[in-house]
Ligand binder design. Structure first.
Ligand code: AMP
Ligand code: ZN
Length: 463
């Protein structure tokens, strides 16, 4: 499998450091507000990558942090006259709920910055001891000129580095590369602060991620991912802090997801094209159509989000679910077709080849839709041989383990429904229409509608 590495600017073979285990750190949300669909483009991409690695047989250990103390969370909590924890709690819960809604897998660890402060203080002490940091006016700064490799990830020109000047804010531009803050000395009376050997204060945002990643994943991680905006200064600074402290390579593969834009324009509150997941749900959009839209463009291409794309996603999902539904109720011949088994093998290889190539999801999805088309050419109305039914449904489940957008219902329930349909047909033959109607109404109340065709009765699950 290959992945594009921002550090080397090349598509590289992906081989984890320790056998079969892949360690992944993904910069999580800053919990000062509801996450928007741009954030979720990155998070859903990371979920897709995780699921594909598992599909390829790797064991994944992923950490996604929750930034619950930084310039933004502190400012917002103060505006609301709330304690930091009380303020962020609501948005942590909302984020977890949104992840479930988008069918993202739960990752192994969700550390919170405010619960990892002691480890952060230790890292700052190490950097001070090793001469990579200095104290000034109650704060501690990283001396970027002390690390010759500083700027490699973002391609910063060494001449752009201003030595001896420092910056306090967490976010700044590349042409303003200066010594960045590791520990911010307490300035205001009500500011959240923790005691430390360098005085009361709080960690800088960049420090938080270096510490939470190494704490749970070790000093060298396989993959570190985030949106493209994090390359500078956030990830550049994470590398500096970690490598200066450990003397080891911090991350082997840097993976960055390009931005989501809306109807061709940058998403911004003032333009009115800024959407949280919750707003789209309120407008009545299906979360699986949102997930599909977010993952179905390659992560290294900008994604232009449109409402049309949501409608198209819903149609694509319907096509796959209807196919699965028809296959599970097939009235086709009993003897299995070897051609069909070969088709499954062929499209499994197509899917894998595409996804192995830097997670080429367009190619991966094309394999799924071509498979469905080819099956339907050979077996109209998806009336496949019954002997192939299980194998096709299992193949669809394999796709879905990676894509995560389809609801195929569960097999057991399908079988129960089929039994009820048989019972209803028997009741109709026996002219026991009351019982026949009772069964139909009962299924309807469970969101399952029956369609009587000339040859058989089929069912459909309503969403
Ligand atoms: P934040 O909560 O601002 O720290 O962002 C969480 C994640 O969302 C980070 O990985 C960002 O890079 C990513 N992100 C922010 N805006 C966008 C966007 N418009 N498109 C894609 N990813 C984004
Ligand atoms: Zn981070």
């Amino acid at each position: 499998m290959k992945l594009y590495n921002t550090l080397t600017r090349k598509v590289e073979d992906f081989v984890p450091l320790n056998g079969n285990l892949v360690t992944i750190y993904t910069c999580g949300p800053t919990v000062y507000d509801y996450a928007h669909i741009g954030n979720f483009r990155t998070f859903c991409f990371e979920d897709l990558m995780r699921r594909y690695l598992k599909f390829r047989g790797f064991q994944v250990k992923q950490v996604m942090n929750l930034t619950d103390v930084d310039d933004k969370t502190i400012r917002k909590a103060a505006e609301q006259n709330m304690g930091l924890d009380d303020y962020t709690e609501k948005y942590i819960d909302a984020f977890m709920e949104d992840c479930k809604t988008l069918n993202m897998e739960t990752v192994e660890v969700y550390p919170r910055a405010t619960r990892t402060i002691e480890d952060m203080i230790k890292l700052v002490s190490t950097l001070l001891e090793k001469g990579h940091a200095y104290e000034k006016d109650g704060s501690v700064y990283f001396n970027i000129s002390s690390l010759p490799t500083y700027g490699r990830l973002s391609g910063l020109d060494r001449r752009e580095i201003r030595t001896g000047t420092s910056v306090d804010s967490d976010e700044y531009e590349k042409d303003d590369a200066r010594d960045f803050v590791l520990w911010k000395g307490k300035k205001e009376e009500n500011e959240p602060a923790w005691p430390s050997p360098f005085g009361e204060g709080r960690p800088g945002w960049h420090l938080e991620c270096s510490v939470m990643s190494m704490k749970y994943l070790g000093e060298t991680l396989d993959i570190h991912a985030g949106g493209e905006d994090l390359i500078f200064p956030h990830h550049e600074n994470e590398i500096a802090q970690s490598e200066a402290a450990t003397g080891k390579q911090f991350v082997r593969y840097w993976v960055h997801c390009k931005y989501l834009i809306v109807e061709g324009k940058k998403m911004s509150k003032s333009m009115g094209n800024f959407f949280t997941l919750r707003e789209l749900l309120e407008k009545g959009y299906d979360p699986m159509a949102i997930r599909y839209t977010l993952i179905s463009a390659h992560y290294r291409k900008q994604l232009n989000f449109t409402f049309d794309s949501l409608d198209n996603a819903a149609k694509a999902i319907d096509r796959v679910e209807n196919f699965s539904n028809a296959v599970s109720q097939t009235a086709g011949q009993t003897a299995p077709s070897t051609e069909l088994s070969e088709l499954i093998q062929h499209y499994r290889e197509q899917f894998t080849a595409a996804m192995d190539d830097d997670l080429n999801i367009s190619g991966g999805l094309a394999a799924l839709f071509e498979f469905i088309r080819e099956v339907n050419i050979r077996f109209p109305d998806s009336q496949v041989p019954q002997g192939n039914k299980k194998e096709i449904l299992a193949f669809l489940d394999e796709f879905n383990a990676v894509i995560g957008c389809f609801n195929f219902g569960n097999q057991l329930a399908d079988e129960e429904i089929m039994k009820l349909i048989d019972e209803r047909n028997q009741a109709r033959k026996d002219r026991d229409f009351a019982r026949a109607d009772e069964i139909r109404d009962m299924l309807k109340s469970m969101g399952i509608v029956l369609e009587d065709t000339r040859d058989a009765t089929r069912f459909k699950r309503l969403k």
